[in-house]
Design a protein around this ligand. Structure first.
Ligand SMILES: Cc1cc2nc3c(=O)[nH]c(=O)nc-3n(C[C@H](O)[C@H](O)[C@H](O)COP(=O)(O)O)c2cc1C
Length: 364
């Protein structure tokens, strides 16, 4: 067994399709994220030499511990892809056993692997034999409430020689709708001899310690927390930060700077920067402060009307297309945000407490 490449209590930035883009990982690293993960990368697409897939496995210069998450069903392909990723700077390989999306599960990838622990064992074993860096697998608790086979999955992955196990505390059919079950994570951590990284609903720095304690884990992982509040990684050490509108805008501008450096500031690059910035704004607008009683909102609750203190904060809290498009344009083209200029919201299209489209069907 290879030691996990990070100390106990670490908050890992989770693998996120689109969300774990290189400039966003850089942003989170600037706030102290020391372990970062790639977007889900399909081993077969690497084999097919697809440029877009190769872009996913590239670390940024100085990225302290970059893990690549692979998806696949074929042991030879996964072994080949894992060795390739190691040769290109990955410090960790993770096997995706949690992606809930039909397109992938119908091909046997992602969460459907959770229904076949024997196959999980073969795949993890093949990856393990191909690399010298730590190997992990990221599982859900099971397919649905009637088949919560997490102990069986964990056992298979341990037997294959994995160095750690990442557990997203929900089933495939729960997707993101229910609160993560940290009790089940603790059951797994008690049952296996390898470190467990617990995942689900960490939104503030002060969520990390109690979650790790509840899950009896080695470390924790955050995904949406990092998308909504990238400064969360600093909060883990420095405590809660009540950022005003200007502070938040500065962070978003920093992302745009990193994104322009990455994609370039020609027409092609700026189109990418704009697309990604618009996507991130859909999460950034969800940052909310504690209520008057000092209660912090949970990940599962969307605050329809956070208590904005300034016109800028009111604009940053808006989740309608008019505000998000305005902000995406002004940030991308480095113009000043003038709250009075922001168009009024269009007709309401849904319940504001629902999750944005971007997180309803994340590819993972
Ligand atoms: C936009 C988005 C994309 C995701 N993509 C992946 C992925 O590529 N691979 C994966 O294992 N999980 C993926 N996930 C799931 C997260 O890694 C994580 O398991 C899940 O969001 C629960 O953690 P959270 O409550 O901290 O968000 C994604 C989640 C989101 C929100």
């Amino acid at each position: 067994m290879t030691a996990p490449p990070f100390p106990k209590g670490t908050l890992v930035m989770g693998p996120m399709t689109k969300g774990s883009n290189l400039p966003y990982r850089r942003l989170c690293a600037e706030f102290g994220a020391q372990v970062t993960m790639s977007e889900m990368t399909v081993a077969r697409r690497l084999k097919q030499k697809r440029k877009s897939e190769f872009a996913l496995i590239r670390p940024f210069e100085g990225e302290s511990c970059f893990g690549v998450q692979l998806a696949g069903t074929n042991p030879e392909e996964l072994a080949w892809a894992a060795a390739l990723c190691e040769s290109r700077g990955a410090r960790l390989i993770d096997l995706n056993c949690g992606c809930p999306i039909d397109y992938f599960t119908h091909k046997g990838l992602g969460a459907s692997l959770g229904r076949q622990p024997a196959r999980q064992r073969r795949l993890v074993g093949a990856i393990k034999a191909a690399v010298s860096i730590p190997v992990t697998a990221k599982i859900r608790l099971g397919w649905n409430d009637d088949s919560r086979n997490y102990l069986e999955q964990a056992q298979a992955i341990v037997e294959a020689g994995a160095d750690a196990l990442v557990v997203h505390g929900r089933t495939r059919s729960a997707r993101y709708r229910t609160a993560a079950d940290w009790q089940a994570i603790a059951e797994i951590a008690e049952a296996v001899p390898i470190p467990v990284i617990g995942n689900g609903d960490i939104l503030y720095g002060h969520d990390v310690e109690p979650s790790i304690a509840r899950g009896q884990c080695h470390a924790a992982m955050t995904a949406r927390g990092a998308l909504i509040r990238p400064w969360l990684f600093r909060e883990v050490h420095e405590g809660y930060r009540d950022l005003g509108g200007e502070d938040r805008l500065e962070i978003y501008r920093r992302y745009v700077t990193l994104a322009r450096q990455h994609w370039g500031d020609d027409d092609f690059g700026l189109t990418r920067v704009r697309t990604f910035t618009r996507w991130h704004l859909d999460f950034w607008c969800r940052d909310a402060r504690p209520d008057e009683a000092g209660q912090f909102p949970s990940m599962q609750v969307r605050i329809a009307d956070p208590q904005a203190r300034t016109p800028l904060e009111a604009v940053l809290a808006r989740a309608d297309a008019q505000a998000l498009d305005y902000l995406a344009d002004t940030l991308t083209w480095e113009r000043e945000v003038i709250p009075g200029e922001v168009p009024a919201p269009g007709p309401a299209t849904g319940d504001p407490r629902e999750l944005p489209a971007s997180d309803e069907e994340p590819e993972g």
